[in-house]
Design a binder for this molecule. Structure first.
Ligand SMILES: [Zn+2]
Length: 214
């Protein structure tokens, strides 16, 4: 067994000690045995530095999570064409679990966004190249706004702009629209600056990000 896998096994042993052996009858998993009722869905990036449960201290059962490259939400498209992993998770979270919140969690140094900003090039036909076209509006906004800025500055802005795209796309799903209209669902776009250890939140009205004082 590789060292990396052995380390994960040690981690699982600690997890089991915490959740399955101490005080078994009142354990978290005893309560979750009949099903999950998370109040929040989180759409995050696959990046290993941005684990939603570690960042928020969430317990099992708290967060319904989907992670993909660059934490993108695609627009609502016909279900018969292609495979829709993120849209499926979204449908289940909103229609079946009836979550009250959806957080789209972006982050600094996102590799997917860097690929987006470098342009399709040879990778246009790759899975990532195709996937990142979801955020094309973010790339265009950056190139229009700060065409002369260095790559890091452009990427940072694109990371934030792509969150706006995802929030817009969330609202193209009929079940999301209905839940918002019924005041049963709130959307959040949060940006994690992993260099500074800070969170920023998108203010819907001004379309500006403001730093959360936590
Ligand atoms: Zn990322």
């Amino acid at each position: 067994m590789s060292k990396a896998i052995a380390r994960l096994m040690v981690g699982f042993r600690k997890f089991r000690e915490k959740y399955f052996q101490e005080n078994m009858e009142h354990s978290v998993y005893q309560k979750l045995a009949s099903g999950q009722t998370p109040k929040t869905m989180l759409i995050g990036c696959s990046d290993s530095r941005v684990d939603p449960a570690i960042l928020t201290g969430a317990e099992p059962g708290d967060l319904f999570v989907v992670r993909n490259v660059a934490n993108l939400v695609p627009p609502c498209e016909p279900s018969r064409v292609g495979f829709h992993g993120t849209s499926s998770a979204l449908e289940f979270a909103v229609s079946a679990l009836k979550v009250e919140n959806i957080i789209v969690l972006g982050h600094r140094q996102c590799g997917g966004i860097r690929a987006l900003m470098r342009g399709p090039g040879e990778a246009a036909m790759s899975f990532i190249g195709q996937w990142m076209t979801i955020a094309e509006d973010a790339r265009e906004a950056v190139l229009q706004e700060i065409p002369e800025a260095d790559e890091e500055t452009q990427c940072r802005m694109a990371e934030m702009e792509s969150l706006k795209v995802s929030i817009r796309n969330l609202k193209t799903f009929p079940f999301v629209q209905e839940a918002i209209a019924a005041k049963q669902l709130t959307l959040f776009a949060i940006y994690f600056d992993l260099e500074q250890g800070q969170l920023w939140e998108l203010d819907e009205a001004s379309q500006m990000f403001r730093r959360l004082e936590i």
